[in-house]
Write a protein that binds this ligand. Sequence first.
Ligand SMILES: C[S@@+](CC[C@H](N)C(=O)[O-])C[C@H]1O[C@@H](n2cnc3c(N)ncnc32)[C@H](O)[C@@H]1O
Length: 191
Amino acid sequence: MILNNILSYAKCVLLEVLEPGSIAIDATVGNGYDTVFLAQQVGREGRVYGFDVQEDAIEQTREKLNEECLPKNWKLFHTGHENMLDVIPAKYHGEVSVVVFNLGFLPGSDKSVVTKAETTLKALESSLKMLAVGGLVCIAIYAGHPGGEEEDVAVREFCSTLDYHSVRVIQSEMTNKPGFPIRLLFLAKLK
Ligand SMILES: C[S@@+](CC[C@H](N)C(=O)[O-])C[C@H]1O[C@@H](n2cnc3c(N)ncnc32)[C@H](O)[C@@H]1O
């Protein structure tokens, strides 16, 4: 049942654009679940670039990718997603099918390391430059932690100012979840 979990729903939408040979970015690798999903979809001919500011997250993700025996179609960067334009090869700028953001902190690790509005917005601007026409940015927002609400408001304000003719923005949320309603934003690049 895909609607048990909002991230399963997100994956169904992402599968509309991911295909063998796609280029994808996991902007917040964390435990690596999304990175593995992306690497499985893009296959041997595709590429996945992953980012995280925590060395532990990068190492866990590397282990998970190796356990899955995936082709070496991935590369992880121990740096902030706000640097994606500097480290992803220029030949892929404008060619990316999917950029995934899972905001907040990594469950089971240092809860003081969280994504922050300023760097997230810079990374979203870069993501729109990286995307191919027809590509998608998917942002999962959890705002129950300190600083989370500011980031939530900043991200939604940023998205609401994007030109309607260039980018379509669609928001979904798990409205009846106790506490903060987990939000998903999809940004679809039209031109
Ligand atoms: C909610 S977790 C991601 C969960 C992950 N997608 C998964 O499948 O396990 C958020 C991650 O963002 C990372 N993070 C925080 N600031 C960042 C930044 N500027 N650039 C990249 N990652 C960042 C944190 O270290 C944390 O691992």
